[in-house]
Design a protein around this ligand. Structure first.
Ligand code: NAP
Length: 289
């Protein structure tokens, strides 16, 4: 905490920019050794406006880092069989190192079945069963980008996990569960909370590092936070005024926490940066580097 009793703001935008710079340097090294640039294909089914924005941002960040980026746009009426055939084609395309299926898929399409058909080596979102198993068993695989971004932001601010009480609110396959595994692998003592947790405030108060990945605007109050704790806010919600707000009541938390990520500009920008990192690593493996 700084002198005036306000938390250090963990700037995800700057941290993500540093990760993207490292990735760009990695791409340059790969190319200089005569290997192709990492190829990322984003599969977008239907015209969900939020997904369109995410895809545009991914496209821009990947292009800036020196990737070959393509977006496969399929209309919302695409059949399960046609979508899975496209995934098979991308699995076999040697210029594509990372495939990202933008979720959620339109109603009627089965995301689990699509993921089962994805080559785990190209699953840069870390969602296939093979990569989930790798995470749990501690073997090499792609780690989901948002939880990986949470760890990276801690690492790049010198906040160690070893021996700390880490409490994660949320147990989704996308954020809460993989983050619990990552924190455990760093020798943290991990508690995972959810909608049936008996006394959420008390669980949160015990945390040295508190992560909110819930999807409820300002659920976590200032007095749920241990003074000096580190708070990572993964939530992205629309406030009453239409602005983005996190799962943590930032105005209250900022005078209690030791360090905190803002929303926007915290964990959010880290997700794309980690996607690039995973895709670079897939391209390196494909190149035998
Ligand atoms: P999700 O799949 O909806 O999971 C939400 C989790 O929160 C569930 O485990 C749920 O418990 C729990 N929960 C819901 N209400 C609760 C309550 N009142 N008290 C305690 N726990 C509660 O969401 P998600 O995909 O993990 O995403 C979580 C948030 O992160 C969302 O705001 C999302 O927009 C954001 N997000 C951000 C990024 C990023 O790049 N920064 C990436 C992904 C997600 P049950 O399991 O019991 O239902």
């Amino acid at each position: 905490m700084n002198d005036v009793g306000m938390a250090n703001i963990l700037d995800g935008k700057a941290t993500a920019a540093a990760v993207r710079e490292d990735v760009a340097a990695g791409v340059a090294t790969l190319r200089a050794a005569g290997h192709p640039a990492p190829g990322l294909c984003v599969v977008l089914v239907g015209g969900d406006p939020a997904s369109q924005v995410y895809v545009r941002n991914k496209d821009r960040a990947a292009t800036q880092a020196g990737f070959e980026v393509s977006t496969l746009r399929l209309d919302a009426e695409t059949s399960q069989a046609d979508l899975e055939a496209e995934i098979k084609r991308l699995n076999l395309d040697s210029s594509v190192h990372g495939i990202l299926v933008q979720l959620p898929l339109p109603k009627g399409l089965d995301a689990d079945s699509v993921l089962r058909g994805l080559d785990p080596a190209k699953d840069v979102d870390g969602l296939t069963a093979t990569n989930v198993a790798a995470l749990v068993t501690g073997s090499l695989g792609h780690v989901p980008c948002t939880p990986a971004g949470c760890i990276e932001i801690l690492d790049r601010h010198g906040i160690a996990l070893e021996g700390k009480r880490v409490t994660i609110v949320g147990r989704s396959m996308l954020v809460g569960k993989p983050l619990a595994q990552l924190a455990l692998a760093r020798n943290a003592t991990v508690t995972v909370c959810h909608s049936r947790t008996a006394d959420l405030a008390a669980e949160c108060r015990r945390a040295d590092i508190l992560v909110a990945a819930v999807g409820v605007a300002r659920l976590i109050k200032g007095d749920w936070i241990q003074p000096g704790a580190t708070v990572l806010d993964v939530g992205i919600n629309r406030g009453e005024d239409g602005k983005l707000v996190g799962d943590v009541d930032f105005a209250e938390a900022v005078s209690v926490a030791g360090a905190i990520t803002p929303v926007p500009g915290g964990v959010g920008p880290m997700t794309i940066a980690m996607l690039l990192k995973n895709t670079l690593s897939a391209a390196r493996v494909a190149a035998g580097v």
